[in-house]
Design a protein around this ligand. Structure first.
Ligand SMILES: Cc1cc2nc3c(=O)[nH]c(=O)nc-3n(C[C@H](O)[C@H](O)[C@H](O)COP(=O)(O)OP(=O)(O)OC[C@H]3O[C@@H](n4cnc5c(N)ncnc54)[C@H](O)[C@@H]3O)c2cc1C
Length: 354
């Protein structure tokens, strides 16, 4: 009998796989590969909300956990996926510079917001009021890391590329059986796919569609992330950049749209003044939650069934630490923080849902 079945292999499922591997637990991953938010993610980690110059929830502990976690994975898997990159925030007015300086004095933002502004010397960028610099930010090549991790799992026959059919899951007293595979625990990390999961669909996963463009521009010459109306993130391929992202709360389709392309192009054209070609457009649905906190914990009725979801707009920073919290909850009996524990939604659960 295996220790775990993990359903869904995006940032959440991969992070949990790594927690299990480190503790020599046996597991199998069952996952589809389409409808994945992780593979379209820009992969940015950025400990500051750049609209208001505030700190996202728990950002310091998330970052302190996530970066060594990914660094160890890239070393072990022998892939280069973590790139520390400063984020240059374009100031639209002098007033914003003042707000930045006030924010950079606050203890939770001081490690990240440099009080020294940088003059813009890139003629391809419109930034007359200079840049504010966010330190300790960067990019994780999520799709590349998932591919490398998947290969390792394939080598040990621990990865099944297929849709998990919830109706085929047999629930026994102290284990589960799925298509002949027996396991003590099952963890669902299906991202927005959780909407189709009869055990956890009572949870308030809203989903926020996002789209990005991949562009090529020989004259842009950026080696930092730049943020104004959109982010421009340098990619590994020569002269290529990711531009994004959009936020759409009602469209729940996974297809790229003309509307998003126009929105991103318009915002990009306000930020750069050089030629570029759009070479791709990607769309995904972020697993966002009503109260903007992850969905982690044990099913109200089935004792060895768990969920790891709700990574929201910041899965790169959030997934490693919450996967460790879930592991310690299951294996060591540690308490989950009430803000991530799905018990906060117990009143929404009705047994009849199943
Ligand atoms: C356009 C865009 C840009 C983004 N940019 C960033 C960024 O720069 N930085 C950042 O931190 N975050 C970013 N995000 C958010 C980030 O992508 C998510 O927080 C994170 O990837 C969610 O990971 P996940 O593993 O929970 O879900 P997913 O990545 O969606 O993975 C879920 C997996 O489960 C599979 N699955 C679902 N149902 C089933 C089933 N029944 N059977 C088998 N498999 C199933 C799916 O096919 C998928 O492979 C972005 C998102 C979007 C859409």
């Amino acid at each position: 009998m295996l220790d775990y079945i993990i359903v869904g292999f995006g940032l959440a499922g991969m992070s949990l796989s790594e927690q299990l591997r480190k503790k020599s637990k046996s597991f199998v991953v069952i996952t589809q590969e389409d409808k994945s938010s992780s593979v379209v993610a820009g992969g940015m980690y950025n400990p500051v909300i750049l609209k208001r110059f505030t700190s996202p929830w728990d950002a310091i502990s998330q970052l302190e956990y996530a970066i060594p976690f990914y660094n160890k994975m890239q070393a072990r898997l022998n892939v280069q996926v973590v790139s520390p990159l400063p984020v240059l925030r374009v100031f639209t007015a002098v007033e914003e510079q003042n707000n930045w300086l006030i924010a950079s004095d606050k203890p939770n933002l001081a490690p990240f917001l440099s009080p020294k502004f940088i003059k813009n010397d890139n003629t391809a960028i419109y930034a007359d009021n200079n840049f504010g610099v966010v330190n300790k930010a960067g990019r994780l090549q999520v799709a590349k890391l998932l591919r490398a991790y998947k290969q390792e799992l394939l080598n040990t026959k621990s990865y099944l590329k297929e849709a998990f059919l919830h109706s085929d899951l047999e629930i026994m007293d102290d284990h589960f059986v799925y298509h002949g595979v027996k396991a003590k625990h099952i963890v669902f990390s299906e991202g927005y796919g959780m909407k189709e999961n009869p055990y956890f669909k009572y949870l308030p996963l809203n989903g926020t569609k996002g789209e990005v463009l991949i562009i090529k521009s020989v004259n842009l010459k950026l080696d930092s992330i730049v943020k104004a109306g959109v982010f421009i993130i340098p990619l590994e391929e020569q002269d290529c950049y990711l531009v994004g992202a959009t936020y759409h709360w009602t469209d729940k389709s996974w297809e790229a749209t003309e509307e998003a392309k126009i929105e991103l192009r318009n915002k990009l054209n306000l930020l750069i003044n050089c030629d570029y070609t759009i070479i791709d457009q990607l769309a995904g649905i972020r697993p966002t939650v009503k109260d903007r906190r992850p969905l982690v914990g044990r099913h109200p009725m089935h004792k060895n069934m768990y969920v790891l979801n709700g990574m929201g707009t910041r899965g790169v920073m959030v997934a490693p630490i919450v996967s460790s919290q879930l592991y310690n909850y299951i294996e060591n009996g540690d308490e989950l923080a009430s803000e991530i524990d799905i018990q906060r939604f117990n009143s929404d659960y009705k047994e009849i849902d199943i």
